[in-house]
Design a protein around this ligand. Structure first.
Ligand code: SF4
Length: 358
């Protein structure tokens, strides 16, 4: 039976509002960000990844983060080939930044609206980065590697995309992951327990175990840059200028994360537990009735509503309407302020330079 036949047969099992939530291939593909979204709030996961309702317009954090990663990737290869971060490498990095940034923000007039996440802020960050880390010495093994890795013996896989794997003298292999932030608060706690980094360590350990490469994985480095507005001189009431600093300017932190086998084991248990919960919710969804007052599947986790400046789905939850009723009313469209699109880690992986199936 072909895939199309399969899909047709399965789609016939769905009717009414359920037909809108049954078949989207992207829903079946799991990566760390989806698992983390589910852990944050199952209802948020439902809106974002089952219904595909995403806030309309460009996302400055995503655009800036992607562009920053492209710039850093260029710098790493320059270091690998030339042995240092040369002025030419810096210019090349900024060119890569702009190529990616312009995709989300093609209109230069809008750039200054993004304050700390503008091209000028990125350029300042690159200049400071190469000055701060001028003593870096490593060899790049690969950048942008994507793939899948099993998390159990039942056929469940998780997708990953790693920014860089490098080899450092006296350390071994190190995964570098580029992060942009707006605060230095609790970075060690935030990244030390990060689910994403557990996935990376598991994937690279599998890769090193299966490949002919010698050496060991030292861990992950979260290469974090906190972007802030530049320090500036402020005119005081007295008429004098004060070198008042609006924030501290950009700051740079490299957070090393090393996980032993017990910690990786705990990560595996967590991954499996979340995947089982997701499967239970998916089945429970088929039993939902739009005419019910509430939806039981994908429960709200209201302790997460204020995370990251406020959940984009807050107004939908606040109405206390059964989301299946909204699905019934809206069909394949999304509510005002949202558009329908699905995050598909497999499509993203196709753009990667290296592919691993572990
Ligand atoms: S508003 Fe709160 S309960 Fe609703 S989806 Fe967001 S985090 Fe979950």
């Amino acid at each position: 039976m072909s895939d199309n036949d399969n899909n047709r047969d399965r789609s016939e099992e769905c009717s009414g509002p359920h037909s809108l939530i049954c078949y989207e291939p992207a829903r079946e593909i799991i990566d760390s960000s989806k698992l983390t979204d589910y852990q944050t709030c199952p209802r948020k996961f439902f809106f974002a990844h089952i219904l595909g309702w995403r806030p309309s317009g460009s996302n400055i954090h995503l655009t800036f983060g992607t562009a920053w990663h492209k710039a850093k990737e260029h710098l790493r290869w320059a270091l690998h080939l030339e042995g240092n971060y040369s002025p030419l490498a810096l210019q090349g990095a900024f060119k890569h930044f702009m190529a990616a940034y312009s995709v989300g923000y093609p209109e230069p007039r809008s750039w200054n609206d993004n304050a700390t996440k503008s091209p000028i802020s990125a350029y300042r960050g690159l200049v400071q980065y190469v000055a701060k880390y001028k003593r870096d010495k490593f060899k790049v093994v690969f950048t942008e590697v994507a793939g899948t890795v099993p998390i159990n013996n039942d056929g469940d896989h998780i997708w990953f995309k790693i920014d860089s794997l490098v080899e450092e003298k006296d350390k071994g292999y190190v995964i570098y992951d580029d992060k942009t932030s707006s605060s230095d608060y609790a970075l060690q706690e935030k990244f030390g327990m990060s689910f994403q980094f557990g996935t990376y360590i598991h994937a690279i350990k599998c890769y090193l175990g299966l490949s002919e490469r010698m050496g060991h994985l030292a861990g992950v480095v979260a290469d974090v840059v906190t972007f802030r507005t530049a320090p500036y001189n402020k005119l005081l009431k007295s008429g004098k200028y004060s070198s008042v600093v609006n924030g501290k300017g950009h700051t740079f932190n490299r957070i090393p994360i090393i996980k032993n086998s017990a910690q990786i084991n705990r990560w595996g248990n967590e991954a499996n537990s979340v995947v089982q919960d997701m499967k239970r919710d998916k089945l429970a969804l088929l039993e939902e009735d739009p005419s019910d007052l509430n939806m039981r599947a994908y429960q709200c986790r209201t302790t997460s509503c204020s995370d990251y400046g406020g959940c984009p789905y807050y107004n939908l939850c606040w109405q206390a309407k059964n989301p299946m009723k909204m699905v019934e009313e809206l069909g394949t469209t999304a509510p005002v302020g949202f558009e329908r699109s699905f995050w598909n880690p497999e499509e993203d992986a196709r753009d990667s330079r290296t592919w691993m199936e572990l």
